[in-house]
Design a protein around this ligand. Structure first.
Ligand code: ARG
Length: 466
């Protein structure tokens, strides 16, 4: 059991760490992906140490050169990560120590607590930018699909029952709105991440004369006017995990959105709807039933969405019972974050690819939307225009629907004499209510699915997405 004391913190220990404990406590297997951020942080920190005179310029240069060598090795896959050094921070520091003597001064006025908090904030800013870009990719694919099928009408659904006709583009633009809010959420998360914790030390800062603003500026933790943004409370800075929660929450909500889109596409691809043909490239077959083409990618999106919610739950529970400040439990904060990032990124790519390759089956959409019952509300509006109170109009149209059902005829095939009996406000032009083009044109208001509004939305999204 007895091992050599740990190189970075082993001073007060007479016995080494148990091998089991090393395996149990290491995080380098997953936090090594923070290496580029860790190295950026160390460069900025050492530049600051040189600036305030805690190390010499030569020492700073040696540290920077050494870190460049290490980064190059990591990027080339040649760096030897060792579990015995626990995490990414100590692996890099140990490697640097072997390269340059000045490495022994790098950790001056710094703790792994403010170091990991800094790494993660740099990571979140990059991850948010990455996901925003991927969301943009999905939006572009959706816009292109809407554009290709500009004139297609489909039934809109409530309760999964045909409700009212809408342009397919209007339905697709609902997705664009959802995704736009997702992107805005990620930019808000990036903004919350944009505060530099370095200088908070383990919990209570340092007695050494550091320049926190310098480090913050060097790392790009600045406001719109270029002023340094440094955290205001050292204890909060090392124990706060709000940004983690916000990030995985934004991922989970994006997941809810793409899961709903996936569900629409699954339904639309079914034989019962057949509004769409999904791209073969994102479907799979059945090992038993030769006729099957399964929308697996879309089903997996629903599944991934569940996983993203699980990650959010993990991160909500993790800090809730912890006394301030840092507790080692917090090391478990990273796997859910990385998983949410990776799965959201992958899902968005799959979604973009699926939309890009989706074909709309015009005839099926046209047949479904030709159902005159979809315009029953328009018929009520017809009576309202003739001065009938809406509740009475609704009731009268209900009776018309019932009659059509009883006679087994489509709604627009009833005789004027029959409908007149139901309500005297029905005149010979009552059937005009079923003219789909006219019905759509009446939906003029902002946010409605009429052709003028849809054209306006096309202009909006074309401008926004470039
Ligand atoms: N690997 C650690 C983590 O991610 C770094 C911070 C360690 N701090 C400590 N006091 N042991 O949480």
């Amino acid at each position: 059991m007895a091992k050599k004391a740990q190189a970075t913190w082993g001073g007060r220990f007479s016995e080494g760490t148990a091998e089991l404990m090393l395996r149990f406590s290491e995080s380098v297997s997953f936090d090594r992906r923070l290496a580029p951020f860790d190295i950026r942080g160390s460069k900025a920190h050492s530049a600051m140490l040189a600036r305030v005179g805690l190390i010499t310029d030569a020492e700073c240069k040696a540290i920077h050169d050494g870190l460049d060598v290490i980064l190059a090795r990591i990027e080339a896959g040649k760096f030897k990560w060792e579990a015995k050094f626990e995490d990414v921070h100590m692996n890099i520091e140990q490697a640097l120590t072997r390269l340059v003597p000045a490495a022994a001064k790098l950790h001056t006025a710094r703790s792994r607590n403010d170091q990991v908090a800094t790494d993660m904030r740099l990571y979140f800013k990059a991850a948010c930018a990455d996901l925003i870009q991927r969301i943009d990719g999905v939006q572009r694919a959706i816009l292109a699909l809407a554009d290709k099928y500009r004139d297609v009408l489909v039934p809109g659904y409530t309760h999964l029952q045909r409700a009212q006709p809408v342009f397919l583009a209007h339905h697709l633009f609902a997705y664009l709105e959802m995704l736009q809010r997702d992107a805005e959420r990620f930019s808000a998360v990036a903004d919350h991440a944009n505060w530099c914790p370095l200088g908070s030390g383990a919990i209570a800062g340092t007695t050494l004369p550091i320049d926190r603003e310098f480090t913050a500026r060097a790392l790009g933790f600045v406001d719109a006017r270029g002023r340094a943004r440094v955290t205001r409370n050292s204890m909060d800075a090392v124990s706060d995990r709000d940004t983690f929660i916000e990030f995985v929450s934004a991922c989970a909500l994006t997941g809810v959105h793409f899961s709903r889109m996936a569900e629409d596409l699954i339904l639309w691809a079914s034989q019962e709807f057949k509004f769409v043909e999904l791209p073969d490239a994102f479907c799979t077959g059945s090992s038993l039933m030769p006729q099957k083409k399964n929308p697996d990618s879309m089903e997996l999106l629903r599944g991934k969405s569940a996983r993203l919610q699980g990650n959010l739950h993990t991160l909500l529970v993790l800090p809730k019972g912890l006394p301030l400040t840092y507790n080692r439990d917090l090391q478990e904060d990273k796997p859910p974050v990385f998983d949410s990032h990776d799965q959201t990124a992958l899902s968005l790519e799959v979604l973009a690819g699926t939309f890009a390759g989706t074909e709309i089956i015009r005839e099926k959409c046209a047949a479904a939307v030709a159902d005159p019952a979809l315009l029953a509300t328009d018929l009520a509006d017809y009576l309202v225009r003739a001065g009938v109170a809406f509740r009475d109009a609704h009731h009268a149209v209900g009776a018309v629907v019932k009659l059509a059902e009883r006679n087994s005829v489509p709604l627009d095939r009833l005789a004027l004499a029959d409908v007149e009996q139901i309500h005297p406000a029905f005149k010979p032009d009552w059937v005009d209510s079923f003219d789909l083009a006219k019905a759509m044109a009446r939906r003029k208001g902002t946010g409605m699915p009429g052709p003028a509004q849809v054209a306006r939305q096309f202009r909006h999204w074309e401008k926004l997405l470039g």
